[in-house]
Design a protein around this ligand. Structure first.
Ligand code: GLU
Length: 375
């Protein structure tokens, strides 16, 4: 926990496309937790992967949050004391930490070319290990500062040879942490590869940036989707090495949202004709339009309500909740760890309930708004 004991949570999207309803649920649960505890909800743009930059995606995220009424307390648009709030503008902050890890023996320089990496994957491929990783089994056979002399390393760096910095995952250790939803979660470090922390373009990868920024922005609770759970051991170790586990935020990983065939995907929406994104999103490359709940005619109140019930309930039969009621009732202890099934018929039912609550005046206003948007 940060020293001030103030609740500070963050939503940290990579602006690469449409905002999936699972992403909005992550925003919602963060927001509810912050508001319930009188804390701050921060929006941090994680754009260190320049290859995945999508014009307009950042603005779209702000539009979605605005439509949902889940506006951040701090972001690139309303900076607090911990800016910049866009990671690409924080580039110079990360290298020092990567160097510190090297100095302490927790990371190393790796000079392997893409061809050498391909060769490694070919050479060490076996039936038991069809996709060899850069890990404790192979690192001592690769071109890095663990295998080269200090002089050679110095010379390679001096002559501008491209390199990355990798974490040196310990062998056969157990890394555990307490997840507010799942309880104690443990990993064996031998199963995790030596992830890249700093790339050849000097940009950090997500793993280094997320830990450094959660620390510098005094994040007290890091809540995110279950798909990030496999990355947790790397993050826990970085916390241990750089800042100390006592400073680490509390964690929670929200359950997956399930569609008709496993994790709910954009494809499911296209196939079965229901929205999966908060608002319409058009892929600039393919021109493909993915429908949003907004344009489909959902009220934001209904959208928020149905998302809250995907993985959480208050322990009673109540299903219709306003945002004020949600802030009051929400607790992380009542979020389940099992996947939450998305049911479009039920989603429409929520919308119907919320439409029934509107008085004639506001109904007219909203209908006109929806009609105008379609003209
Ligand atoms: N940048 C990650 C994402 O795109 C953030 C994951 C996290 O919250 O740690 O979702």
């Amino acid at each position: 926990m940060n020293t001030e004991n103030r609740v500070r949570v963050r939503f940290a999207p990579s602006p690469t496309g449409g905002l999936h309803l699972g992403g909005v649920r992550t925003v919602l649960f963060n927001y509810l937790y912050a508001k319930k505890h009188g804390g701050d909800f921060i929006l941090r743009i994680e754009d260190t992967d320049q290859a995945r930059f999508v014009p307009g995606a950042e603005e779209y995220i702000f539009d979605c949050l605005k439509w949902c009424g889940l506006n951040p307390d701090e972001s690139v648009r309303n900076e607090g004391h911990y800016g910049p709030y866009r990671q690409s503008e924080r580039k110079e902050k990360y290298r020092l930490y990567a160097e510190e890890l090297i100095a302490e023996g927790h990371a190393y320089y790796a000079f392997d070319t893409p061809e050498e990496l391909d060769e490694m994957r070919r050479k060490y491929k076996t039936d038991e290990n069809p996709q060899p990783q850069y890990d404790h089994k192979v690192r001592m056979r690769m071109k890095n500062s663990l295998t080269l002399s200090g002089e050679d390393v110095h010379e390679l760096i001096r002559s501008n040879t491209p390199y990355v910095i990798r974490i040196k995952m310990p062998e056969n250790e157990t890394v555990s942490f307490n997840d507010m939803i799942r309880g104690e979660v443990s990993f064996n470090t031998s199963l995790v590869d030596d992830k890249v922390l700093l790339k050849a373009d000097e940009m950090p990868t997500y793993h280094l940036a997320v830990v450094v920024d959660d620390h510098l922005m005094k994040i007290s609770h890091a809540f995110r989707g279950e798909e990030w759970l496999p990355s947790a051991p790397v993050h826990i170790l970085l916390w241990k090495y750089l800042f100390g586990l006592d400073k680490m935020p509390k964690w929670a990983h929200f359950p997956l949202i399930l569609g008709p065939n496993g994790k709910l995907s954009k494809r499911d929406g296209l196939k079965y004709g229901f929205p999966v994104f908060a608002m319409n999103w058009t892929d600039a490359k393919t021109g493909e339009l993915t429908e949003g709940f907004k344009e489909k005619g959902f009220l934001p109140e209904a959208f928020i309500n149905l998302l809250a019930l995907l993985g959480w309930n208050d322990g009673t039969e109540q299903e219709v909740f306003s945002i004020e009621e949600l802030i009051h009732e929400f607790s992380m202890g009542r979020v389940h760890s099992a996947g939450a099934k998305f049911d479009y018929e039920k989603a429409k039912w929520f919308n119907h309930e919320w439409i029934k609550k509107l008085d004639a005046g506001s109904l007219k206003e909203r209908v006109l708004e929806a009609l105008e948007a379609k003209m």
